[in-house]
Design a protein. Structure first.
Length: 804
C-alpha cells in the first residue's frame, strides 16, 4: 500500500522525490510528458491520477509504481500547477503540513520551492502579468509571529488552551519574578471600579504568598459552609477582596490552587485557577449576518444554524456565568449582548426592534443597530458607543460570528483593548473550487475579495478561535481544513498570501455546540413529550391533501420514515436525497421519505439557487413517481414542534438523513441524535466527526448516491430481522451526544478560554501589538478600499450568500 510508505517528519519530499522518480524513470517520463502536454493548467488529485492511469496502462506496472514512495507523494498532492516544462506540486503529507516542489518534466529534476514561488506558478495560469510583477502585494502574517509558540503535532491542533496553559506554566516557573505577571493580572481584576481578589497592598509575590498562608490557616478553623461575608473584613486586612468563593470551603480551595500555582505551576492547576477567577461578566457577541431574531426567521435569506447556535450559546454562557458568579461569592449581574443589524423591512419578524430580551435568560439582550437610515445606507457603523452606554462599562470579552461579525469584533476589541474570540460557522473559501485564484470571476456575485480579506484579518486579530470540529481547522487526512486553506493562497491581481494563518497556532480551539436539551430530548421520555402538537404533526405527516405547508402523501403509514430538514440550498443536497430514494427500489419498499425544506412555489423565492432546487424537487417527484411515498413539508419555524417532529419520526422507528455535499458542522445532526433518532450523515465536513461511523450512527457519501441509499436500506433490513438493532443505534447516538456535544461542556470551555487567553495576551503583549499594527495597515490599505467599492444591492433575484 502506498500509504505505508509514509515519510518521516525529517524527510523532505524534495530530498526523496528524485530517487523515487529515478526508480520509475521510464513511466514517469511518459507521465510528466502527459502532464505538460496540454500547456498551462491547474490539476487536482483526481486529474493527476487519471493521467497516471493513462500513462501506465498496465495495471500491475501501475500499482507497482504507486505502491512506492512516488505513489505516496502523488496521492498526498492537493494540486499541481503545470507551467511547462515545470510541474509545481503542493503536497500535504499530513493535516497542516505542506511542502512545495517543482519538477522539470524534461529531465525530471526536482527542486524545493517556497510558498511564494509555488503561488507564482499558480498565478501564471490565471494572470501571467501579475505573477511576473515584482511589486505584487505579498501578505505575510507569519513575519510578525516571532515569539508565538507553535504546536508540533497534527494531533494537538484544536487544543490551543491546553497548550497555552503548558506554555504559560514554563513562563511562570522559577520563583517570584517569574510569577509576577500572575500577580499583575490578579491586581487588574475589577468590576465597576471595585477591586476583586486582591488589592494594591499585595504588591509583591512574596507578600501575596504570605497572606495566602495566613488565610489558609485561618480558614481551616472555620466551618466549611461559613459565608464569605463573615470573614470578609478579616480578609481585607490580608489584602484580599471578594471573588475567592462564596463559602469558607470554596475560598480555601481557591487559595490552595493559587498557592500551588505560585509555588510550582502545572498546566492542570493553572487551568483550574483560570476556571475560578472572576474575569468575565460582560460579553458582546456580534452576529450581523442574516435575520437575527428569536422566531419566524429560520429559512429567511442567510438565516439558519448560526442564529440557533448563538441563541443557545447565550443561554448556556449566561447559565455558566451565573453559576460561576455565585460560586465566586459575588452579587454581580452578568450581561450578554448580541449585536446585530436592524432591518427596517423585517418581513413580519422582530428584526426591526432595537432592543429585545433573549427568551429563557435573565440578563441577555439582542441589540440591533441600523445599517440604513433615512439618509441611505450607513457606510460607517460604530456600535461601540451604544454598547458602552447599555453595559455601562467595557465588555470583558467580544465574540464575533462569521466574516462580518468577526471583522466588527476585531475592530472593537482592538479599539477597547479587550479579549476577542471568533467563530466562523463556515468559511466560504472552501465551498467553491479555486475561489481564490478565480476570485475575479466570482467577485461580482460573491464579493470574495472583501470576504476573504475580512476573514484573514479577524483570524489574525483574534486572541482565540472557537471551532466546532477538528476538520474545520485542519481537515482530515485527505482534505485540507477550512482554516488550513487560508495558510497560503493567492488572488491574482489583488494580493498573494504566503502566510495567512497557521493551524498550529495555539489560538485554535474546538468547542462543539450542542442542541437545546429542553427542546430536543429523547423520544423515550414520554412524560416530557409535547403531546399538544400530536394532532398537528399527525396532519403534517399523514394527511392526504396538498396545501401551502405540505405536498405529497404517505400511503403506507406503517413504514418507518427517513427524515431530513434543511434550507433548500444546493449544498444541503435535499434533492440528492430525494433522487437516491427515487432510484432505490429496495429503500422505497422499506421506508417513506419526509423532507422539510424551503417552499414549493419558485416564483416566491428571490434566491436563484433556491429557485433551481425547488424546480428540481418537483421534477424528481414526477420523474420517480414519488407521490404516495414522499411528503415534502415547507420550512418550519417552531423549534418545539420540530423537536416533537424528530421524536415522532423516532416513534416510526425511522432515521434522520443529512445528505449535504458539504456541511460545516450540522446542527440538525445533533438535534436528531438528541431525540434518539438513528442518524445517517454526510462524510463531507463536521458530521463525519460528530458520528463515529457504524457506532453512533452512519456516514453517507453524498458523491455516491447508490452506495448511500443502500447503506440506509441495509440498516432498515437489519432492523426488520433484529429489532434491537434500531434501539442500539438510538442509544449509542445519545451516548455520543452526552459525552461530547452539550452546551454545558461548550460554555465551560469558552469561558475558560476567555480567561486563559486574556492572561496570555498580557504575557504576549509586544507580539500582539506588532501584529495589530500590521493588521491595521492591511485593513486601512486593502479592506476599506474593497468595501468602499462594493455595489449596494438592488431589489430582484439575489445571488445566494450561503448562511454559515
Ligand atoms: N431549521 C428549522 N427549519 C427548517 C430548516 C432548518 O428550524 O425548515 C433549523 C434546524 O432545526 C437547525 C438549523 O435550522 O437548528 C439549521 O442548522 P444547520 O447547522 O443544520 O444548517 P445551516 O442552516 O446553519 O447551514
Ligand atoms: C452554519 C452551518 O453551515 C452549519 O454547518 C453549522 O451547524 C451552523 O452554522 C452552526 O454553527
Amino acid at each position: 500500500m502506498a500509504s505505508e510508505k509514509v515519510l518521516k517528519r525529517s524527510d523532505s519530499i524534495a530530498d526523496n522525490m528524485p530517487d523515487a522518480l529515478r526508480q520509475s524513470r521510464y513511466h514517469m517520463k511518459r507521465c510528466f510528458a502527459r502532464f505538460v502536454a496540454t500547456g498551462k493548467r491547474l490539476m487536482k488529485l483526481q486529474q493527476i491520477m487519471e493521467e497516471v492511469e493513462q500513462s501506465i496502462e498496465d495495471k500491475q506496472e501501475r500499482s507497482k509504481v504507486l505502491e512506492g514512495l512516488l505513489g505516496y507523494i502523488l496521492t498526498s498532492t492537493k494540486e499541481a500547477a503545470v507551467v511547462p516544462p515545470y510541474v509545481a506540486f503542493a503536497v500535504r503529507p499530513n493535516p497542516g503540513f505542506w511542502e512545495f516542489v517543482k519538477v522539470n518534466a524534461e529531465d525530471l529534476s526536482v527542486d524545493s520551492i517556497t510558498t511564494s514561488e509555488y503561488l507564482k506558478f499558480k498565478e501564471m495560469i490565471f494572470d501571467e502579468n501579475w505573477a511576473n510583477d515584482e511589486n505584487a502585494l505579498e501578505i505575510d502574517f507569519g513575519a510578525t509571529d516571532i515569539s508565538t509558540p507553535r504546536m508540533a503535532l497534527s494531533s494537538s491542533i484544536g487544543n490551543g488552551a491546553g497548550f497555552i496553559s503548558r506554555f504559560m506554566t514554563s513562563r511562570l516557573h522559577g520563583g517570584c519574578d517569574s510569577s509576577k505577571p500572575l500577580l499583575d493580572y490578579l491586581q487588574a481584576l475589577t468590576h465597576h471600579g471595585e477591586n476583586l481578589m486582591i488589592n494594591g497592598t499585595l504588591d509583591t509575590v512574596s507578600k501575596l504568598q504570605n497572606s495566602l498562608v495566613a488565610a489558609e490557616v485561618y480558614l481551616s478553623a472555620l466551618p466549611k459552609d461559613t459565608p464569605f461575608q463573615n470573614f470578609e473584613q478579616r480578609f481585607k486586612e490580608w489584602g484580599f477582596e471578594k471573588g475567592w468563593g462564596s463559602t469558607a470551603e470554596r475560598v480555601r480551595e481557591t487559595i490552595r490552587i493559587l498557592s500551588e500555582a505560585l509555588q510550582a505551576p502545572d498546566p492542570e492547576k493553572l487551568e483550574l485557577l483560570f476556571g475560578r477567577l472572576p474575569t468575565i461578566f460582560n460579553i458582546v457577541i456580534f452576529s450581523p449576518h442574516g435575520y437575527f431574531g428569536q422566531s419566524d426567521v429560520l429559512g429567511l435569506p442567510d438565516t439558519g444554524g448560526q442564529v440557533v447556535y448563538i441563541l443557545d450559546q447565550v443561554r448556556a454562557l449566561e447559565e455558566e456565568l451565573l453559576l460561576r458568579i455565585k460560586q465566586q461569592g459575588l452579587a454581580v449581574k452578568p450581561q450578554i449582548l448580541v449585536v446585530t443589524r436592524l432591518i427596517p423591512d423585517a418581513r413580519g419578524t422582530k428584526c426591526n426592534q432595537e432592543l429585545e430580551p433573549i427568551v429563557d435568560t435573565k440578563h441577555s439582550h439582542i441589540l440591533r443597530v441600523p445599517f440604513v437610515t433615512e439618509n441611505g445606507v450607513l457606510r460607517q457603523w460604530d456600535a461601540t458607543a451604544k454598547i458602552l452606554e447599555l453595559m455601562e462599562c467595557k465588555p470583558d470579552l467580544v465574540i464575533g460570528n462569521y466574516s462580518d461579525g468577526n471583522l466588527v469584533a476585531s475592530l472593537m476589541a482592538s479599539k477597547l483593548g479587550i479579549t476577542q474570540g471568533t467563530i466562523a460557522h463556515a468559511l466560504e473559501k472552501t465551498k467553491y473550487e479555486d475561489s481564490d485564484a478565480k476570485w475575479k470571476d466570482l467577485d461580482p456575485k460573491y464579493h470574495f475579495s472583501c470576504q476573504f480579506t475580512s476573514d484573514i484579518i479577524s483570524m489574525n486579530a483574534a486572541d482565540f478561535i472557537i471551532t466546532s470540529t477538528y476538520q474545520e481547522i485542519a481537515g482530515s487526512k485527505d482534505r485540507p481544513g477550512q482554516y488550513e486553506s487560508h495558510t497560503a493562497f493567492t488572488m491574482p491581481g489583488l494580493y498573494r498570501v504566503v502566510s495567512g494563518i497557521n493551524v498550529f497556532d495555539p489560538k485554535f480551539n474546538i468547542a462543539a455546540p450542542g442542541a437545546d436539551q429542553s427542546v430536543y430530548f429523547p423520544y423515550t421520555e414520554r412524560q416530557r413529550r409535547l403531546t399538544s402538537f400530536s394532532p398537528a404533526i399527525e396532519e403534517l405527516l399523514y394527511s392526504k391533501v396538498d396545501n401551502e405547508e405540505h405536498i405529497g402523501y404517505l400511503a403506507d403509514k406503517k413504514k418507518p420514515i427517513i427524515f431530513s430538514m434543511a434550507r433548500l440550498d444546493t449544498v444541503k443536497n435535499i434533492t440528492g436525497l430525494t433522487e437516491w430514494y427515487g432510484k432505490n427500489k429496495r429503500l422505497r419498499s422499506l421506508v417513506n421519505l419526509v423532507v422539510v425544506a424551503g417552499f414549493f412555489d419558485p416564483s416566491k423565492s428571490k434566491d436563484r439557487e433556491e429557485i433551481a432546487e425547488i424546480k428540481k424537487m418537483h421534477a424528481l417527484i414526477e420523474q420517480y413517481q414519488l407521490k404516495g411515498q414522499i411528503r415534502w413539508i415547507a420550512a418550519q419555524t417552531d423549534r418545539y414542534r420540530n423537536g416533537e417532529l424528530y421524536r415522532c419520526i423516532a416513534d416510526s422507528k425511522g432515521a434522520f438523513v443529512q445528505p449535504a455535499l458539504y456541511e460545516a458542522f450540522g446542527l440538525t445532526v445533533i438535534e436528531a441524535m438528541n431525540c434518539g433518532l438513528p442518524t445517517f450523515a454526510t462524510n463531507q465536513g463536521g458530521p463525519a466527526e460528530i458520528i463515529v461511523d457504524g457506532i453512533s450512527g452512519f456516514h453517507v457519501d453524498p458523491n455516491n448516491g447508490d452506495e448511500s441509499s443502500n447503506r440506509i436500506a441495509d440498516f432498515f433490513e437489519k432492523c426488520k430481522i433484529d429489532v434491537e438493532h434500531w434501539n442500539r443505534m438510538s442509544k449509542a447516538g445519545l451516548q455520543r451526544i452526552y459525552e461530547c456535544y452539550t452546551w454545558k461542556i461548550y460554555a465551560k470551555k469558552v469561558l475558560n478560554m476567555g480567561t486563559i487567553y486574556g492572561f496570555w495576551r498580557q504575557l504576549n503583549k509586544e507580539q500582539k501589538l506588532a501584529k495589530q499594527r500590521y493588521i491595521h495597515m492591511f485593513y486601512n490599505l486593502q479592506f476599506r478600499t474593497l468595501a468602499r467599492n462594493l455595489p449596494i444591492p438592488s431589489e430582484g433575484p439575489q445571488q445566494p450568500t450561503p448562511a454559515p
